[in-house]
Write a protein that binds this ligand. Structure first.
Ligand SMILES: Cc1ncc(COP(=O)(O)O)c(C=O)c1O
Length: 439
């Protein structure tokens, strides 16, 4: 009963992290456990929807130009399906951004597809990958061999870039665009929030409803432009890659989250957000384009230390990194049951001291490149011993799940320093990594 007991131990916890229902306190989800059902008479077959699921999915569509489908295996399965569909029809490459989620790299590995890595821009505010360096891609002959681009918009931290410019650019080259909008399911919820790439003609858009809207974890939505070239193949792969026992609880939560999205009034949200930012004034508060995301820093403190200070008050955040932490705010609304006043009380108890600033972290690699699935054998070595070697399995701090060192890239001392600041890095087990066996 380890998992169950541990889950019960969080009964006093306050959530500033996904999922977007924040401990069932946002939205008014109705999810009685007896709604966990199967395809009995009167319900519908998810993989061959003709009745209630089909009707519900028609309402889910956010625009005439798009068909929308519920996903019960997260945005991950939407990304996998589009890349599999692409492989089925084309021998060309995929263009990706360096901050692609690991599901993109997994899809490339599984389908044996090569990718070109686009040159990136990094945000001044928080030193994270944010967009494409368009000046550097305009004249790329490598794009002649690409027919789909996968763009991450927004980044994990809620920063946006000119997605319309990027989509128009790729379309101008005859390249379709899949937008990984995992962190933007709530976009367009009101004029104060960024807009979705649905407005900009993206061909495929995948949104993790569960991250920012009140839906159960694993609940996502794919929107497909009715003119997209891979429409039929994507449906085929969604049926192959998703479970044959889809959860009605997830489907129902997605439907309710969509209803919430469609009728949301953001007045209470902005009032509470202002009150929260005031309560956080002893931190360095960094606001990004998406008001739902807040980054906190404090001179001389590592992200891990800041996270611990909050956890001592049983406030749990989305992630910590080298020198900052990320909060995902709830979409507060009239009548929500989120313990907001208690959050303010707990924040008041946190004491911070003046410290010398930390050394600046290693600058991110913004260069273009090529990603080829790595083949052959590997060796295991301690992280520090891997300096100068080419890594076999990607090194991926989790969260955010964005590879910091890609397979085939050479590990540097600066990489080791940054990776050591993360508690959980996929690709490091018992302090060891894998390197390509070049003996
Ligand atoms: C940018 C990005 N894309 C895709 C995913 C996968 O989404 P899901 O958890 O809905 O499968 C994540 C998850 O963290 C993500 O951060």
């Amino acid at each position: 009963m380890e998992i169950t007991r541990r889950l019960f131990s969080y009964s006093n916890a306050i959530s500033l992290h996904v999922p977007g229902h924040h401990g069932y306190s946002i939205g008014s989800l109705q999810l009685p456990i007896h709604h966990d059902m199967t395809e009995i008479t009167g319900l519908d077959d998810y993989h061959h929807a003709e009745e209630v699921i089909a009707d519900s999915q028609r309402n889910l569509s956010r625009s005439e130009q798009y068909e929308a489908r519920y996903l019960v295996n997260g945005t991950t399965v939407g990304i996998l399906s589009v890349i599999y569909a692409h492989k089925k029809k084309s021998h060309k490459k995929v263009a990706i951004m360096r901050n692609a989620h690991k599901s993109v790299f997994n899809a490339l590995d599984l389908t044996g597809t090569e990718a070109i890595i686009l040159p990136m821009t990094v945000s001044d505010k928080i030193n994270q990958y944010v967009g494409i360096d368009e000046l550097n891609i305009k004249a790329k002959p490598e794009l002649d061999d690409v027919d789909i681009a996968v763009l991450t918009y927004p980044n994990y931290y809620g920063e946006t870039f000119d997605i319309k410019g990027a989509i128009d650019f790729f379309h101008g080259q005859g390249i379709e665009v899949l937008v990984d909008e995992a962190h933007g399911a709530h976009f367009d919820i009101s004029p104060q929030f960024p807009t979705s790439s649905l407005n900009d003609g993206a061909d495929y858009i995948v949104q993790s409803y569960h991250k920012t809207l009140p839906a159960l974890t694993m609940g996502s939505v794919i929107h497909m432009n009715k003119n997209s070239l891979l429409l039929k193949e994507v449906y085929d792969y969604l049926a192959i890659l998703q479970t044959s026992s889809p959860s009605y609880l997830i489907l129902s939560s997605l439907e309710q989250a969509h209803e919430f999205y469609s009728h949301y009034n953001d007045e209470v949200f902005h009032e509470k957000r202002q009150a929260l930012l005031h309560a956080l004034r002893h931190f360095e508060v960094i606001e990004v384009q998406d008001p739902l995301k807040v980054v906190l820093k404090k001179s001389g403190y590592s992200g891990e230390e800041l996270k611990t200070l909050l956890e001592e008050q049983e406030i749990y955040i989305e992630l910590s990194n080298y020198d900052s932490i990320l909060l995902v705010l709830p979409l507060w609304h009239e009548g929500d049951t989120y313990p907001f006043n208690e959050l303010l009380r707990r924040l008041k108890r946190i004491g911070l001291e003046d410290r010398e600033p930390l050394e600046l972290p290693h600058p991110l690699n913004v260069n273009e490149g090529v990603y080829s699935p790595v083949k052959g054998g590997y060796q295991e070595v301690l992280l520090e011993e891997g300096v100068g070697q080419r890594v076999y399995h990607a090194l991926i701090p989790y969260p955010p799940g964005i590879p910091y060192v890609l397979p085939g890239e050479r590990l540097s001392e600066a990489h080791v320093k940054v990776l050591s600041a993360y508690q959980n890095v996929h690709g490091i087990i018992d302090g060891k990594i894998t390197i390509i066996d070049e003996r």
